[in-house]
Design a protein around this ligand. Structure first.
Ligand code: PEP
Length: 255
């Protein structure tokens, strides 16, 4: 089965909305419609930039898609400081990251919390980008596979086969995120294969063949082509390199 790759740039807590507009304008200059035929390309800025970038995308009829880095699982209510899936959907977001390792580690998000977010994102008719991945300690202890399996299973509890087939899962070994230490293509593919095998066990091979699995962890212009040529890798979740329009454009045009 051929799966359309998803290249998504997670800006994390970087760039003001003015800087964000400039980056997207530069990116639009580099990419054309043939690039978007070959891959879904998304920018995932901080909440504060979503409205300006939505306006830019709509006004210039760009094929870029927009995503958010997190959300609350409730639709509305007394949750000071939080943003709901409904609000993100109204801002034109197609994607929302759930369970990024920084949210899991720094903000205590468990598989249960991530699971509630995944369900809420789907209910608001957006696509979750569910992140999973092991720490260096877990990898060295030979626990990587069990950690990946546990996170996929826990984060997708109660999500139907049809819904899982449509989502994106990002395998991001924590030791490769923001460290400049990219996983070997074979290791990156191995992690993605574990995600796919877990989905197959949960929902069958048809679902596992349909779900798109990204690799994330120090993806750069110089390593993207080899990573993307691996059989189980269907795109990239890019942090640092997505803050530079030239670099992100090269990554988005890896094909
Ligand atoms: C990320 O934050 O998801 C990520 C992969 O970051 P980087 O590309 O900087 O390693």
């Amino acid at each position: 089965m051929s799966r359309k790759p998803v290249i998504a740039g997670n800006w994390k807590m970087n760039l003001t909305h003015l800087e964000g507009i400039q980056l997207v304008q530069n990116l639009a200059y580099h990419l054309d419609s043939t690039d978007f035929d070959k891959a879904d390309v998304a920018v995932i800025p901080p909440f504060t930039s979503l409205r300006s970038i939505q306006t830019l995308i709509e006004g210039d009829r760009l094929d870029l898609t927009l995503g958010a880095q997190s959300c609350h699982h409730e639709t509305s209510g007394a949750y000071t400081g939080e943003i709901s899936p409904t609000m993100l959907s109204a801002l034109g977001c197609s994607w929302v990251i759930a369970g990024h390792s920084e949210r899991r580690t720094l903000f205590g998000e468990t598989d249960e919390v991530v699971n509630a977010k995944v369900k809420a994102i789907i209910a608001a008719e957006m696509t979750p980008i569910l992140c999973v991945g092991e720490t260096l300690e877990q990898r060295e202890a030979g626990e990587a596979e069990a950690v990946i399996r546990g996170q996929v299973t826990g984060s997708l509890a109660g999500v139907s086969a049809e819904q899982v087939a449509d989502l994106v899962i990002a395998y991001e070994p924590i030791w490769a995120i923001g460290t400049g230490r990219t996983a070997l293509p074979s290791d990156a593919d191995g992690g993605c294969a574990t995600v796919r095998a877990t989905v197959a066990e949960l929902h069958g091979t048809e679902t596992a063949e349909a779900v798109r699995i990204q690799y994330g962890g120090s993806v750069k212009p110089g390593n993207v082509a080899e990573l993307m040529s691996q059989p189980n890798i269907d795109g990239a979740l890019v942090g640092g390199a997505s803050l530079n329009a030239d670099d992100f454009a090269v990554i988005a045009r890896f094909h």
